[in-house]
Design a protein around this ligand. Structure first.
Ligand SMILES: C[S@@+](CC[C@H](N)C(=O)[O-])C[C@H]1O[C@@H](n2cnc3c(N)ncnc32)[C@H](O)[C@@H]1O
Length: 209
């Protein structure tokens, strides 16, 4: 299959998934309603995409191709929308992706979506808690995408920091949420990194100074 056909196949699956994700709002409310009696849990959102936007996806793909990134690590797969954009990038750079999802039913759906899009061989989907599934990761990280539960951003960043190099980019989604703000302040205080905000505050890119 040539590269154009591969991209078309991925685009088709992405369109289907974004269409299906239109039902997210109602499902989100149902999930949030469960937190009246206890703290929110990832399984409360087992049917919800919670995905990045199309614009963010295109940006992620461009970050990979423009920088020639090969080693991509993602925290928070959900049904695989963001991962499919990452796959579009690594098709061009001959790279690969490690992504991780806590909720097994979501990981199963993502696996099916990767197969339908014809990109399974590019993606190592690790099922479980990211702090466990990425514990032994030691390759140089070119791009780290943080899009899981926000209280894990700092421990994951600290755990993977030894794999960062001078050109590594950490893509932080939901940067405007309270827990993420605490994480970003901590990173900024180290004075080792530049932080650039985009998408009206929703995204921050972290680069080494
Ligand atoms: C915002 S969604 C990810 C959306 C996805 N990146 C996309 O754009 O399609 C966050 C995901 O992180 C998962 N998650 C939460 N805690 C996790 C953990 N400790 N380890 C791995 N995944 C986790 C949730 O189950 C949820 O599916």
């Amino acid at each position: 299959m040539n590269t154009i056909t591969k991209h078309t196949q991925i685009e088709n699956i992405l369109n289907e998934l974004f269409d299906d994700a239109k039902g997210d709002h109602i499902k989100m409310i149902k999930g949030i309603a469960k937190s009246v009696f206890r703290p929110l849990q990832p399984t409360d959102f087992k049917d919800v995409y919670l995905s990045i936007s199309q614009e963010q996806g295109v940006e992620l793909r461009q970050l990979i191709t423009e920088n020639g990134f090969k080693n991509i690590v993602e925290f928070g797969t959900s049904f695989g929308i963001s991962t499919l954009y990452l796959a579009q990038g690594v098709i061009e750079t001959e790279g690969n992706i490690i992504t991780t999802e806590l909720v097994p039913s979501k990981a199963k759906r993502a696996t099916e979506n990767f197969a339908k899009a014809g990109v399974s061989e590019l993606i190592d989907l690790r099922i479980g808690d990211a702090l466990e599934t990425l514990k032994n990761y030691s390759e140089p990280t070119d791009l780290l995408v943080l899009d899981g539960w926000k209280d894990l951003y700092l421990p994951l960043f600290n755990m993977l920091e030894h794999t960062f190099h001078n050109k590594t980019i950490v893509y932080v989604d939901n940067a405007d949420m309270n827990d993420t703000q605490v994480f970003l302040k901590t990173v900024a205080q180290t004075a080792k990194y530049d932080l650039r905000t985009s998408h009206n505050g929703k995204v921050v890119l972290i680069r080494k100074k």
